[in-house]
Design a protein around this ligand. Structure first.
Ligand SMILES: C[S@@+](CC[C@H](N)C(=O)[O-])C[C@H]1O[C@@H](n2cnc3c(N)ncnc32)[C@H](O)[C@@H]1O
Length: 374
């Protein structure tokens, strides 16, 4: 099947094939045929691999992990044109749909009888720790999308499904409520710090999904990697985070709502022999030598991508800020690969990822490296 793009939002220009109104039905049938074959066989296009559908696909962290686990990514949906174009470059042969979820028209999902996995990472910014004290209407919208996706997955014909979210109290409470009304045979969840399954950064997440997927998450081998393990050519002994303030705590005097402790520059430095703080969408880390007045140097896109365990050569486009947003939002491929396969990757594969930060690698940000050398 040719790579097919569908744009359901007239304002966007990402489509190679525009589908609207009744045309969608025809497209849906055509895609179902492609997924399941004329006879409706479960192995689809004869690749023998289980199909993977990625909703809120972003630049493809989850999809990339699925490929590593031996799945075939067949459908990717996101509202962000840039993220979807990054996904498209790295996952050719997959159907890309640029639209807002929940969709106004049915999605071209694999037909009943196919063996397929559904994954979704609904947007988490508005339910994150940093945001949840602010706009409650926005937070309710974000929770509504999480609830929509969960119900959609539970009632879909997917053989198995998963969802990744930040593990904040509002999200956990939402999942607890859902667990009261959804069948245990179809819904479960577990909180895990992805650092404990080899991702070289603190990244506490909740993984919800079908019970087979969640029990696999619980059984995963625990192992750790440091920054140094994935960036073989580090440019300093420490990294400095954008976090200049500690986590806010309620003010016991009641004078202020929240109290912050301001970090000194050196307190914000973390040794690269440890896992990094959480990679987020808006901020690059900086290379640093604490207790010296040496210049701070920004991490390159490739180095940030290494901390998110993207494979060598993954292309993030030419817009650095947008690329960083995609990287920070992603589910680390290494985590998705283990969630789907239940296995730690071979040493060879882990080493392959590390090459990304090699200054000789094409993905390395040469301009920044040159700045550093000056
Ligand atoms: C957490 S990120 C997904 C990361 C992705 N799973 C990965 O591993 O790279 C959430 C994504 O949802 C997209 N998004 C936000 N709201 C959306 C909506 N209503 N419909 C579709 N996509 C949406 C954003 O553009 C963003 O790419």
């Amino acid at each position: 099947m040719q790579a097919t793009d569908i744009c359901r939002n007239g304002a966007l220009s990402c489509a190679r094939v525009h589908v609207c109104g009744s045309q969608t039905v025809g497209m849906q049938l055509a895609l179902k045929d492609a997924f399941c074959g004329a006879a409706g066989g479960s192995e689809g296009r004869g690749t023998g691999r289980v199909k993977f559908v990625d909703l809120f696909c972003g630049c493809g962290g989850a999809s990339s992990g699925a490929v590593d686990a031996g799945y075939e990514v067949v459908l990717a949906v996101d509202v962000c044109e840039y993220a979807l174009s990054v996904h498209r470059v790295n996952h050719v042969g997959c159907v890309h749909i640029c639209t807002t979820l929940p969709p106004s028209e049915p999605l071209p999902l694999p037909a009943d009888g196919c063996v397929w996995h559904l994954h979704g990472s609904p947007p988490c910014t508005r339910v994150s720790k940093a945001y949840q004290q602010r706009d409650s209407a926005e937070r309710q919208n974000a929770l509504a999308i999480i609830e929509w996706y969960t119900r959609f997955a539970v009632f879909s014909s997917a053989t198995s499904w998963s969802m990744e979210q930040v593990a904040t109290p509002v999200v956990i409470e939402c999942l607890q409520q859902l667990s009261k009304c959804l069948a245990r045979t179809r819904f479960d969840y577990e909180v895990i710090d992805l650092m404990d399954i080899g991702v070289p950064q603190h990244r506490k997440r909740v993984i919800a999904g079908s019970p087979d997927v969640v029990s696999r998450v619980r059984r995963l081998a625990r192992w750790r990697q440091s920054v140094k393990d994935v960036i073989p050519f580090p440019r300093a002994t420490h990294l400095r985070t954008y976090m200049m303030n500690s986590n806010p705590k309620p003010d016991p005097t009641g004078n202020k709502k929240w109290v912050y402790k301001r970090y000194s520059d050196d307190e914000a430095c973390k040794p690269i022999t440890d896992p990094a703080p959480t990679v987020v969408a808006r901020h690059f880390f900086r290379w640093a030598f604490p207790n010296t007045d040496s210049k701070l140097v920004l991490f390159s896109v490739g180095e940030m991508a290494s901390l998110q365990t993207f494979p060598h050569g993954y292309f993030f486009g030419d817009k650095k800020r947008k690329a960083m947003r995609c990287i920070g939002n992603a589910l680390p491929p290494l985590a998705m690969q283990q969630i789907l396969s239940g296995r730690k990757p071979s040493r060879q594969r882990t080493q392959k990822r590390s090459v990304l930060a090699d200054p000789a690698s094409p993905s390395y940000d040469r301009r920044l490296h040159a700045t550093f050398k000056k």
